[in-house]
Design a protein around this ligand. Structure first.
Ligand code: 0L1
Ligand code: MG
Length: 255
């Protein structure tokens, strides 16, 4: 098994066993971003070969705060499968994750394919609907610590998504207020403008980055636009709710 396949197996196994694994970059200092995306694909392909179905993509590192945290100025992307879907209003099991956190987001549902360099207008024209959403991120690395290459290989920490009601995308969603509550207490506030200044820019970037990997965004895909605030830790017993102005609320519980 070559080294990239070995990393993919290591990360896939960490996800399945909900057990942290060491970072790649401190040992393999030559590990590149390009190789990291190959590892991500190999790792997600292992999931697909077990019967999971691709449902779309997620954008990560889309806010200035996240970029500064990881020390990059480019967004990253990851792959979503049906096994990551958490039904809105349901309870997820904390035991299935290593050290999960939650990010308030918005999600796009696509009605047409999108590939390569596209304008914001073309991206918007390909959107069927927009919804309030949350991503459960769960780095498979010890202490939730990683370099850019590590986190890309680890499917940009993606491990779950919860989607609220779909809405007509012709509303102005450039700067909608967002509240994240845990157990009824407001823990984060933000705006959809935190996503690259306007969430549609995240979709434009998704089309370009996915095409660089020889893939495309398909009709029917979900695209998670990116985190809007810092991501609090999840713990058993919590009720977690995100409310996006004009789009409504989405919630789940942790057990
Ligand atoms: O979705 C995200 O923006 C997270 C990307 C990876 C960084 C992290 O795990 O915090
Ligand atoms: Mg996210």
């Amino acid at each position: 098994m070559d080294r990239l396949a070995k990393y993919a197996e290591m990360l896939d196994s960490a996800q399945r066993k909900a057990t942290a694994t060491p970072q790649i970059t401190p040992v393999d200092t030559a590990f590149t971003v390009e190789e990291a995306y190959q590892v991500q694909k190999l790792s997600v392909d292992r999931r697909l070969s077990r019967g999971e179905r691709r449902i779309g993509v997620k954008m990560g590192l889309t806010s200035r705060a996240k970029m500064l945290q990881v020390g990059v100025d480019e967004v990253a992307w990851g792959r979503l499968t049906d096994a990551m879907l958490v039904e809105e209003g349901s309870a997820l099991s904390r035991a299935r994750y290593v050290h999960p956190r939650v990010e308030p987001e918005v999600a796009f549902l696509m009605k047409a394919p999108l590939v390569g360099k596209v304008t914001a207008a073309a991206a918007l024209a390909a959107v069927e609907a927009i919804a309030p959403a949350m991503e459960i991120i769960d780095s498979r690395y010890e202490n939730f610590k990683f370099a850019l290459e590590d986190v890309i290989a680890d499917n940009t920490s993606s491990s779950g998504l919860v989607i609220g009601s779909w809405h007509d995308p012709r509303i102005d969603f450039s700067n909608l207020g967002v509240i994240l509550e845990i157990d009824g207490e407001v823990v984060q506030v933000g705006s959809t403008a935190a996503i690259l200044g306007h969430p549609i820019r995240s979709l434009v970037a998704a089309a370009r980055l996915v095409a660089e990997a020889g893939e495309q965004i398909n009709a029917g895909d979900i695209v998670m636009a990116g985190g809007i605030t810092a991501a609090p830790n999840l713990a058993p017993g919590q009720t977690v709710r995100t409310t996006v102005q004009n789009l409504g609320a989405v919630m789940f519980q942790v057990e």
